[in-house]
Design a binder for this molecule. Structure first.
Ligand SMILES: Cc1ncc(COP(=O)(O)O)c(C=O)c1O
Length: 368
């Protein structure tokens, strides 16, 4: 079999032609640096940047000033952690076992340095954050959708519960998976920060978004060109207001140019959850397969009795099925479940129902 069935959307989405053409058009006809030039090309690039920022703001219910470009979710999640840590020491930070390494490790590292204290938000039997049992904290790290379990968390209820415990709380949402599946409204969620990557919604790699509800309440953690209003003396300088004040250095402009096209594509071709249901039902009938994600999830994660996930993944790969296997940079949820890894099938706008059927036939063939 020569055909590739790409079922690894949760790791990175394939790129729609509109994104590729949008980036090519920018590179060919409009490219220059942004925020630095006064020629016609520079104005076109500035226009592209404003347009992309506005499209992203509209996509998540924010304003342009609240949208800060990063290199990805990991970058944003590290940056917000560092900005909070530089402002106040000895905070209590609540994390959960749903977290990806990039949401939790910045805080684990800080706790290991003695800069904060970690507390754990327990999960209930459905593997959702248990709102009734949330501990008191100063910062809450909320994984809106786990990349292993694939279920949306009730972010507004979690933020509300956090604020009820501590009115000065800071809530950080990791929306890296959620954003590819469900609409986000940061106003309704009332979160303080939210991060995601472009590449998981069909845009390019190297670009991400850090939403800050009140950017003026943070000091930037990055310094360089494009973020300074003026140098006051040998040591004094004034930082531009958000978003530029948080965007030192040349931005990933080509990748940013692709973002509005990826958003349009996502709106026109939303992920088809019938694929998950089909895979879930078909896998449920295979004896050696134990599914760890619910039928309603955005993906299917499972283990195979008597077979290491990496061995199973290699066999799937040999049959042309691209799946993610292992701990998926989400070690805590695997430890929570008492397993060393799993196999994940995650679909995107490019998949077809025939590919789901072929995948199931291949899995049956492997396990025959
Ligand atoms: C839930 C979650 N958070 C964060 C990340 C990190 O994203 P990136 O590697 O694009 O920075 C991922 C990537 O898999 C993820 O699934």
């Amino acid at each position: 079999m020569n055909k590739i069935i790409y079922l690894d959307a949760a790791a990175s989405a394939l790129k729609p032609q509109s994104v590729i053409l949008g980036e090519t058009d920018f590179l060919t006809h409009h490219y220059s640096n942004a925020g630095r030039g006064i020629c016609a090309r520079a104005a076109e690039t500035d226009d592209m940047l404003s347009h992309a920022r506005l499209a992203i703001a509209d996509f998540i219910g924010a304003t342009s000033q609240q949208i800060i470009f990063t290199s990805g979710a990991t970058d944003g999640l590290n940056r917000i952690a560092n900005m909070i840590l530089s402002r106040k020491a000895h905070l209590r930070v609540a994390v959960s076992d749903l977290d990806h390494h990039s949401a939790r490790l910045p805080w684990v590292a800080a706790a290991n340095r003695g800069e904060c204290e970690l507390v754990i938000m327990p999960l209930n039997a459905n593997l959702d954050i248990d709102i009734e049992k949330m501990p008191l904290a100063d910062v809450y790290v909320i994984t809106a959708m786990s990349n292993v379990i694939g279920v949306p968390q009730d972010v507004s209820a979690i933020v509300r519960a956090a604020r009820a415990k501590n009115p000065d709380v800071i809530t950080i949402v990791d929306a890296a998976q959620y954003v590819a599946h469900l609409p986000i409204d940061v106003r309704a969620w009332d979160c303080d920060a939210l991060c995601f990557s472009g590449h998981k919604i069909g845009a390019d790699t190297g670009v991400g978004v850090m939403y800050l509800k009140n950017p003026e309440s943070y000091h930037t953690d990055k310094f360089g060109g494009g973020m300074v209003d003026g140098i006051a003396s040998a040591t004094g300088f004034n930082v531009l207001p958000a978003p530029m004040g948080f965007e030192a250095g040349t931005l990933p402009l080509t990748q940013i140019a692709g973002m509005p096209f990826a958003i349009d594509n996502l709106r026109e071709n939303p992920a088809n959850h019938a694929y998950t249901e089909y895979l879930f039902d078909a896998l449920s009938e295979i004896n050696r397969v134990k599914i760890i994600s619910p039928r309603s999830a955005s993906l299917v994660s499972f283990v195979v009795d008597g077979m290491h996930p990496l061995d199973f993944g290699a066999m799937l790969g040999a049959h042309g099925v691209c799946a993610r296997v292992g701990n998926m940079c989400a070690s805590w949820i695997h430890a929570h479940l008492g397993i060393n890894g799993s196999i994940r099938l995650s679909h995107g706008w490019w998949n077809t129902m025939d590919e789901m059927r072929d995948t199931i036939n291949i899995i049956k063939e492997i396990l025959k």
